[in-house]
Ligand binder design. Structure first.
Ligand SMILES: [Zn+2]
Length: 146
């Protein structure tokens, strides 16, 4: 039977949420000695366990897990393609350098002065700029943090 010493609904709710520090010590003692109050707490646990609010919390935990998995996968992806990208950048830069240095015209005409070479080089750089290749390389370098 429920007596005047029995735990109130408010205090049962506090017990359910584990906020026992707000309760008087005799309440826990009463719960241990009163079958009726233990039954009421069990009923409260069953009832509150079916509330949609708790399902939302479960969904929130799932979302957090999904977000964590996605970010982890993204980081792993970044790690995997970063060296490949860097290698591709080095290859592109090497090809560009080779093209600029081993220009057939420079080999055919060795009399050409250094000043003319510079102008030719500059013209080629301007041409590359027209193709926005250098801009892209600079962008890649910025992204790579080189
Ligand atoms: Zn009781």
């Amino acid at each position: 039977m429920r007596t005047s010493a029995c735990i109130s609904d408010e205090n049962l709710t506090l017990l359910y949420y584990g906020e026992t520090e707000q309760l008087a010590p005799e309440i826990s003692t009463h719960l241990g000695s009163c079958y009726d109050c233990r039954q009421r707490l069990n009923l409260l646990q069953t009832t509150l366990g079916k509330l949609p609010q708790l399902e939302d919390e479960a969904c929130g935990a799932t979302s957090t897990r999904i977000a964590a998995a996605v970010s982890e996968r993204l980081q792993r992806k970044q790690r995997s393609w970063r060296p490949v990208w860097g290698g591709g950048l080095v290859t592109a830069a090497s090809l560009l350098l080779a093209l600029l240095i081993w220009r057939p015209s420079a080999q055919i005409d060795p009399i050409e002065s250094a000043g003319t070479d510079y102008l030719a080089l500059h013209a080629e750089l301007t041409l590359l700029e027209d193709f926005e290749l250098l801009t892209e390389l600079e962008l890649l370098q910025e992204l790579e943090g080189i």
